[in-house]
Design a protein around this ligand. Structure first.
Ligand SMILES: NC(=O)c1ccc[n+]([C@@H]2O[C@H](COP(=O)([O-])OP(=O)(O)OC[C@H]3O[C@@H](n4cnc5c(N)ncnc54)[C@H](OP(=O)(O)O)[C@@H]3O)[C@@H](O)[C@H]2O)c1
Length: 256
């Protein structure tokens, strides 16, 4: 991996681990990391913080681009910011759903569109959108049950958004990928009580997930644009298999 990297959602979890991993790579020139706060967190000297990038705000794309050097070319953009608000059939939550759909499936369009229009992405650039196996309709079985409408379906919507962006950007040579990073031991899963599944579900640390995602991104290119991948496999089995398609290694059983 070389060049300049942008990580949207670099403060915690997977985004923070990717930030540190890329910042420690001598081939990487600079890591740009976003925070929704108005202050810059302390971190590695090779990390430039972009502040007040809130995916719930309609001007999120302009806010991001206005803080980047105008001549900056990005080799890779990873959108990993996400929110999981728990719901059950008895407790659907309108506001949480709006927050999840906005974060997962609306904001990425405006971020990517602004980056392209400002000239920060060009031939050979890669855009990686953080999806989830929970957004796969194919992989949802009776065993895992229903609920969590906003979280899971907003990732399904993101998968279509990524496919559409890939079609728009293919003529420019910009590749767009959708990834399930793996089941991770982060604030996200803890906040909805899924830490009780961490051991049985094979949850990995965000540092481990960042390493396998970075290896996947290294190989990812325009030949795979528009595809939806699980670099660790859908059940953390350590292989790269498409989450959607005929090539599934095993019938997936989500831990929730
Ligand atoms: N954890 C898992 O098992 C798992 C499984 C499959 C897919 N994923 C996906 O992987 C990605 C990373 O998950 P994670 O577990 O690392 O999450 P996490 O630990 O909860 O961290 C979430 C990150 O997103 C940022 N964020 C949330 N809402 C935002 C907003 N409105 N605007 C800007 N930034 C916002 C947070 O910033 P603040 O610090 O400001 O809150 C934080 O940096 C997500 O897209 C998630 O859906 C996770």
């Amino acid at each position: 991996m070389s060049g300049n990297i942008l990580i949207v959602g670099a403060t915690r979890g997977l985004g923070a681990s990717l930030r540190d991993l890329y910042a420690s790579n001598p081939s990487v020139i600079n890591v740009f990391g976003t925070t929704r706060s108005d202050s810059k967190p302390d971190s590695h000297p090779k990390v430039s913080w972009i502040t007040e990038v809130d995916l719930l705000k309609s001007n999120v794309g302009q806010k991001l681009v206005s803080q980047l050097p105008s001549s900056l070319k990005l080799s890779t953009v990873i959108v990993t910011a996400g929110y999981f608000g728990f719901e059950s059939f008895d407790t659907p939550d309108w506001d949480k759903q709006v927050q999840m759909y906005t974060t997962s499936a609306i904001a990425p369009v405006f971020l990517v569109q602004q980056l392209v229009k400002a000239g920060h992405l060009n031939e050979g650039s890669k855009v990686i959108l953080g999806s989830s196996e929970s957004g796969s309709i194919t992989l949802r079985h009776e065993k895992e049950g229903g609920g969590n409408y906003g979280h899971h379906a907003s990732k399904t919507a993101l998968n279509m958004v990524g496919k559409l962006l890939s079609l728009d950007l293919k003529p420019m040579g910009i590749a767009v990928g959708l990834v399930h990073p793996g089941f991770m031991r982060t604030d996200m899963t803890r906040s909805v009580g899924f830490d009780k599944y961490w051991d049985d579900g094979g949850a990995v640390t965000p540092e481990e997930a960042a390493k396998s995602l970075a290896s996947f991104i290294e190989e990812f290119d325009i030949n795979k644009t528009g595809e939806y991948w699980a670099p660790r496999g859908p059940r953390d089995i350590g292989t790269a298999e498409p989450v959607l398609g005929a090539n599934l290694p095993t019938p997936l059983q989500l831990p929730w």
